[in-house]
Design a protein around this ligand. Structure first.
Ligand SMILES: *Cc1c(COP(=O)(O)O)cnc(C)c1O
Length: 437
């Protein structure tokens, strides 16, 4: 897979190079150059096709020029010891549950693939890398779990003291081993700034192999396309009319991954970009004007993004044409009040807990369905997190609390291991040099 930067001022790279680089040197995002048509392959798969087979086949097709078949299969098998589940919710709406992985959120698919890939390549080259991440909660827990106990890699996670939830803090700080939690006296913005400054520090760069794992990395995006294909194989038997995917979105990585699958020939008729009141993309689709704003705090806080980073990739895919994007993507906006109402309704009607992000998607899907009137459609709406990760909100909406999955329960009883530092990048640099040199 050859990739170029969305800003066109950086050399072309292959997938492995893009994965270890993260952001392109010109500040753009890496974007695949070539479009393959895999529709006959997709057509040949059905509900008995395993997720691992789909993940392996797609990885082979795109990566065989860089890695051997055997290595690719090893990376894929080590990445995914969990899989997506499709749950029929209404006659025309299915949930694609993406929270059965180690941190109980969809980010596990990208983080686990990235970790497995990096471990394999670094071990092969006999190199060591230090992954630096700043987190406001969810990304950090997925990355921590994914990289835990991986060979040749240490992870350093910066989180703002007192500003992540109790459960998130437990997920970040109880692993130990090669996962180092740094509790920063400051805000999430401080954490992000410190990571950026560390990457620009020549002394650090010269002595440590520093790498990032944030969500713009193509190594996290590519594997997210696999579950769109899987969802199609699961519903295709009962598919009569259009297939629509509804994606609760923040930085739009998840939706972009779905659009890539469509570019490869997956028969998707439409995507719904479902957001909370941080409605920059729905606003763009309706008005043709892209106006980034400061993010607003909502109940679906993993989607509180005021300037979605993957919008650049979507622009690239649709040739910078508003009309082309608006023909394929429909925007819906859901408020906090509506989110609570949907969580309550689904619980009352179906005895099912859904998390606030999933609720945003589900309401958007219901609205779209009502608009379609008599046309036969099936909407697959992505369920991005386990309801127990947002217990307080779910309890507020339903009066009941979802049971914690075993993996999260376990973390609650383990002792916290973290290092406190101030928001001065020099302290971060000292920690890194002291720990890894
Ligand atoms: C990150 C996240 C999202 C948003 O995904 P994007 O790829 O940033 O659009 C939605 N729901 C949950 C639970 C998340 O953690």
């Amino acid at each position: 897979m050859q990739l170029k930067s969305t800003r066109n001022k950086a050399p072309e790279v292959n997938f492995t190079q893009a994965l270890f680089t993260g952001l392109a040197p010109d500040g753009g995002l890496y974007h695949p150059l070539e479009v393959k048509n895999l529709s006959s392959l997709f057509y040949s798969w059905d509900k008995n096709t395993a997720f691992l087979q789909i993940a392996d086949s797609l990885s082979q097709i795109f990566l065989h020029t860089e890695l051997t078949n055997k290595v690719i299969t090893k990376i894929v098998n080590r990445a995914f010891n969990f899989k997506p589940e499709v749950r029929a919710l209404d006659e025309n709406i299915s949930l694609l549950e993406l929270f059965h992985g180690p941190s109980c959120a969809f980010k596990d698919f990208g983080a686990c693939f990235l970790a497995s890939f990096m471990e394999e390549v670094l071990t092969e080259e006999n190199k060591h890398a230090v992954i630096l991440v700043a987190t406001s909660g969810d990304t950090g827990s997925a990355v921590a779990k994914a990289f835990y106990a991986k060979n040749n890699i240490d992870v350093v996670i910066l989180f703002p003291r007192g500003r992540v939830s109790f459960l998130q803090e437990k997920q970040l700080t109880t692993l130990g081993g090669n996962v180092h939690a740094l509790e920063v006296e400051g805000s999430f913005d401080d954490c992000q700034r410190m990571v950026k400054e560390a990457f620009q520090d020549d002394k650090l760069k010269g002595s440590l192999n520093l790498t990032s794992a944030n969500s713009i990395n193509i190594g996290r995006l590519f594997p997210q396309s696999f579950y769109y294909v899987y969802a199609y194989t699961q519903v295709k038997e009962k598919l009569e009319g259009d297939l629509i995917f509804c994606v609760p979105s923040g930085n739009f990585g998840n939706l972009t991954a779905g659009v890539y699958a469509w570019c490869w020939g997956l028969p998707v008729d439409k995507f719904i970009a479902a957001t909370n009141i941080n409605d920059i993309v729905p606003e763009y689709l309706a008005s043709k004007e892209y106006k980034p704003k400061a993010s607003l705090h909502t109940l679906s806080n993993a989607m509180d993004v005021g300037n979605p980073s993957n919008f650049e990739r979507l622009q690239e895919i649709f040739g910078y044409k508003h009309k082309a994007m608006a023909a394929m993507i429909h925007g819906e906006v859901v408020t906090d009040k509506e989110t609570l109402q949907v969580i309550a309704d689904v619980y009352r009607q179906k005895k099912l807990f859904i998390d606030p992000h999933t609720a945003v998607g589900y309401l958007a899907a219901k609205r779209m369905l009502a608009d379609q009137a008599k046309r036969p459609v099936h909407i697959v709406t992505l369920s991005t997190a386990h309801a127990a990760k947002f217990r307080e909100i779910v309890k507020q909406a339903t009066g009941n609390e979802p049971e914690l999955p075993a993996s999260l329960k376990q973390a609650l009883n383990l002792p916290k291991k973290s290092t406190a530092i101030t928001n001065d990048t020099k302290e971060l640099a000292d920690f890194l040099l002291h720990t890894f040199l």
